[in-house]
Each structure stands twice: as structure tokens, then as C-alpha cells.
Design a protein around this ligand. Structure first.
Ligand code: NDP
Length: 479
């Protein structure tokens, strides 16, 4: 049978774009890609990239104080959201253009349209056109998950943050994962009064206990009003009879001169929490996880299996139960990180277009959480490793030179989890400024199977924070 294309990719995010352009450019396949929104997807348009730029923006808040400690005559300044937001969106426009050019340059035909799957080899575009392809790749990503609670619509999600007309003065962030914790630091740094509710006992579930404890302490120390074991009981728009019936929230003083609620489009929200407090917030931000984008794609009807949360079920080659249909990236809800989606895209092309079946290696993926302080991590947590085998833990926490000199309280953590039997470093956890940069390099050693003795044989780079990773001689504890 003749097809219009060798490959039709649905979704122009990091994974879809990479697979499309490598299949077209390197494998010489005839490829088309449909994107209903903006090219670049979550990472570029409403995720990693704008988030990281906001992290940079927020970190300038503390710099004048540090600079003064180092002898600079420098005053605190104020942050102008309008200026930053305009520059941010100009940069995102530029990056979207880069993505479009990459596709065009590789000979990929693009459709600015929503695509759904009609049968194993046909997609239907929202323009009404139908296209056939030998292979279909689902790379539609995910979207923020709204909690199922009355009046949740009064809140907002991460997609909305980058478009706010004004920053809220008082914001409540709900959740304790990556997005909640990163935005708590960002918005605090940009001058918002941040309250965070997390339903569990400690934020950043799944990460090393000691590391997340240090981050939680540092967040509170910086002024983030973090409440664990806390959720919303009830929320209503201030000024409504329902809000009045909840009782009065204490009058809070305007401390940062930030504009109030009316200016961001939704009215202030009165929130009753499980900890008994009733408080008004200018915005409530739900960072309560993400859902794969499979709704209405037509996949289940064809026999493609979806998981409990709608994630496309795939094998190690990213192939679904329908042999011509593959899926990569967040829509499969395996490891929801941009570089992983890119890897999955490349492995797909190797498997399908180069005749080289390539399973995706999801083991020992280094990653960073851009909290303040930042965390870099690879491998097993102390808790996971101790369940598996006997381990030694090497750990040190200290005030680094730069902040100690400026008499700032920030501490860093360097931690290695070592197998007693094989001596391999099973996990490395770093909480420190630049931890994301450090863990990329430590990740190579851990991925190569380096032992504690390999780390010890490596000469320290002095004076740095990360030299501690190779100078911890005695285990802090064994388990
Ligand atoms: P996460 O799954 O990391 O966190 C979701 C949080 O919301 C958890 O704390 C969860 O609690 C809580 N939660 C879920 N449902 C409810 C509810 N109904 N009421 C109250 N709390 C709730 O999701 P994120 O949205 O933070 O991030 C999504 C993914 O995006 C991440 O898993 C990560 O893969 C990726 N990401 C990566 C980043 C990076 O690499 N730096 C940055 C941002 C995102 P509980 O723990 O109890 O389940």
C-alpha cells in the first residue's frame, strides 16, 4: 500500500520534533508533523525554558545583599514583571522559530492543526484533511492536572503563570512536587508572598529524605510559608456569601507593593485549610501533577492501550499494541523529562528507520530540581538503596565559602550511597547552587559504574563545593 508519508508525528514538542527531523534528515524518510499549539511544546513554551529563565530572574533578589557583604556599594532594586515578561516572550518566540526552522531544514512537512488517529495508518487533521503514513508517532505530551475539588476553577496552573498580567501579592501553591517547589522559590524571589500546602509529610516525595529535608528547611528559612500535611478544605471567591460564611481572614498588610487580585483576572480567594486557618490569597496555583494528552485522539478505539491516567502503554521500543503506532515522551508517562523524550525519539528512529532495534535506557537518569537551593540527583536514594542491599552512606552538609563569607545561612549537601558488596556508587545527591551542573558530570561516573574508590582516586578541585564528593573518607553510617 502507498502511504502519503513514512512517518506522521503528532505533537511538536521536544520528543516529536527530534524524532521527525532525525527520521527525515538522517534516515531520509518522508515525514510530516502536526502541532495544534506552539512548536517546542511544554519544555520550550510553558515548562523548562521559561521556568529556568524565571529562576534566573528570581535569584537576583538576594544578590545585592551578598554583593554588599563583599564590599560593593549596591542597593536593593525592585523587579519589574512587565519588562521581564516581554523579554521572556520574545525569547520564547525566537525559540519557537528555531524549532520551526529545524523541521523545515530537515524537510519535515508541518501542519498547524490538531491531528487525531483514524486508523492504524491514517490521521485526520482539524482542517478536515486526511493523511496516511506507514508509522504514526504519538508525542502529544501532557498538561497540568486540576485537582477534583469544588471551585478548583478559581485557581490556576503552571501554564497560566507565564501569562499573568501582574504577579499576585499573596499566592498559595498547592502540591509538593517539582513544579510546586520550583515555583515557590521563583515567586518568592520575584517578590510574592508564597504559602505552600503539601498533603504529605515532606515535600519532593521520591527524592532522598535528607536532601528534601534540607530543601524544605531552606525554603522556610527564605520566607516561604510551607505547610506539610495540609490541604484545602474549602475555597470561595472573596466577596461572595459563601466566602463570608467561612469567616473573616486576618487582615494582611501589603508588604511588597504588589498589585492585588483584580488585576490578574480572578478575584481573591478565601481558603480554609486542614490546619484550621482561613486566609485570603490573590491567586491559588495548583501544581498537582500532570496528565498525558490522549483525550479524543482516537487511540483506545484502535486498540492502543491506555493506562489509568490515560498514558499510552508502550513496550521498551516505544511501540504500542497497534504495531504501526508508537509513542514517546510525557504522553507515555514513563520518566517525564525533556532529555528522556528526546532519547526515546532517537531510539524510535533507530528502531524503525535504521533497522537497529534500540530499547530506551531509563536507568540512572540524572536530573535536577530547580528549587532554591537547587538539587541534583542520580541513582538510588538512601531509602531505596537500603531496601535493596547493605549500603554505606557518605554525607556532608556545610556552609559553602561564598555564603559563609557573606554570613548567609545557606547550607549545601553532598551525599553518596555506596553498595557494601560491589563498592559501586548507587546514588549521588547534591543540594547546592549549581547542583544541576554538578550532577550532569557525576552522572557520567555513576552511569559508568564507578566505585567509591574511583571517586576517592580522583583529585579534588580546590576550592570548590563539589570537591567534597571525592574527599569523604569515612562513612557517615552503614545500613
Ligand atoms: P509531581 O507528580 O512531581 O507532583 C505533584 C504534586 O501534587 C505531589 O506533591 C502530589 O502529592 C500533589 N498532588 C497531586 N494531586 C493532588 C491533590 N488532588 N491535592 C493535593 N495535592 C495533590 O508533578 P508536577 O506537576 O510537580 O511535575 C510533573 C512532572 O513534570 C514531574 O514529575 C517531572 O517529571 C516533570 N518536571 C520536571 C522538572 C525538572 O526536571 N526540574 C520541573 C518540572 C516538572 P503526593 O506526593 O502526595 O502524590
Amino acid at each position: 500500500m502507498e502511504f502519503d508519508y513514512d512517518l506522521f508525528v503528532i505533537g511538536g514538542g521536544s520528543g516529536g520534533v527530534r524524532a521527525a527531523r532525525v527520521a527525515a534528515g538522517e534516515a531520509g524518510a518522508k515525514v510530516a508533523l502536526a502541532e495544534e499549539d506552539r512548536y517546542g511544546g511544554t519544555c520550550v513554551i510553558r515548562g523548562c525554558v521559561p521556568k529556568k529563565l524565571m529562576v534566573f530572574a528570581s535569584e537576583y533578589r538576594d544578590m545585592p545583599a551578598s554583593a554588599r557583604a563583599y564590599g560593593w556599594d549596591i542597593q536593593d532594586g525592585s523587579f519589574d514583571w512587565d519588562t521581564f515578561r516581554a523579554r521572556l516572550h520574545a525569547e520564547l518566540d525566537r525559540l519557537e522559530g528555531v524549532y520551526r526552522n529545524l523541521l523545515a531544514g530537515s524537510g519535515v512537512e508541518t501542519f498547524d492543526a490538531r491531528a487525531t488517529v483514524k486508523d492504524a495508518h491514517t490521521v485526520t487533521l482539524s482542517t478536515g484533511e486526511e493523511k496516511t503514513a506507514k508509522h504514526i508517532l504519538i508525542a502529544t505530551g501532557g498538561r497540568p492536572h486540576w485537582p477534583d475539588m469544588p471551585n478548583a476553577h478559581l485557581g490556576m496552573v503552571s501554564d497560566d503563570i507565564f501569562h499573568l498580567e501582574k504577579l499576585p501579592k499573596r499566592i498559595l501553591i498547592v502540591g509538593g512536587g517539582y513544579i510546586a517547589c520550583e515555583f515557590a522559590g521563583i515567586l518568592h524571589g520575584l517578590g510574592c508572598e508564597v504559602t505552600q500546602f503539601y498533603r504529605g509529610a515532606q515535600i519532593l516525595r521520591g527524592f532522598d529524605d535528607e536532601a528534601r529535608g534540607l530543601i524544605a528547611d531552606a525554603m522556610k528559612e527564605r520566607g516561604i510559608d510551607l505547610h506539610t500535611g495540609t490541604t484545602i478544605v474549602e475555597m470561595h471567591c472573596v466577596g461572595t456569601a459563601e466566602a463570608d460564611a467561612m469567616g473573616q481572614a486576618p487582615v494582611e498588610e501589603v508588604q511588597h507593593g504588589q498589585p492585588g487580585y483584580e488585576e490578574i483576572g480572578k478575584g481573591p480567594v478565601r481558603v480554609k485549610a486542614t490546619n484550621g486557618t482561613i486566609r485570603d490569597f490573590d491567586a491559588v496555583f495548583f501544581a498537582t501533577g500532570r496528565t498525558p494528552n490522549t483525550e479524543g485522539l482516537g487511540l483506545e478505539e484502535l486498540g492502543v492501550e491506555l493506562g489509568r491516567n490515560g498514558a499510552v502503554q508502550v513496550d521498551e521500543y516505544s511501540q504500542t499494541k497497534v504495531p504501526s503506532i508508537y509513542a514517546i515522551g510525557d504522553v507515555t508517562d514513563r520518566v517525564n523529562l525533556t532529555p528522556v523524550a528526546i532519547r526515546e525519539g532517537m531510539a524510535f528512529v533507530n528502531t524503525v528507520f535504521h533497522g537497529n532495534p534500540t530499547p530506551v535506557d531509563h536507568d540512572l537518569i540524572p536530573s535536577a530540581v530547580f528549587t532554591q537551593p537547587e538539587m541534583g540527583t542520580v541513582g538510588l536514594t538512601e531509602e531505596q538503596a537500603a531496601e535493596q542491599e547493605e549500603i554505606e552512606v557518605y554525607c556532608t552538609s556545610f556552609r559553602p565559602m561564598q555564603s559563609a563569607f557573606a554570613e548567609q545561612p545557606d547550607r549545601v549537601l553532598m551525599k553518596l550511597i555506596v553498595s557494601k558488596a560491589s563498592r559501586k556508587v548507587l546514588g549521588c545527591h547534591i543540594v547546592a547552587p549549581g547542583a544541576g551542573e554538578m550532577i550532569q558530570l557525576a552522572g557520567i561516573a555513576v552511569k559508568m559504574g564507578a566505585t567509591k574508590e574511583d571517586f576517592d582516586r580522583t583529585v579534588a578541585v580546590h576550592p570548590t563545593m563539589s570537591e567534597e564528593i571525592v574527599t569523604m573518607r569515612n562513612p557517615t553510617r552503614s545500613r
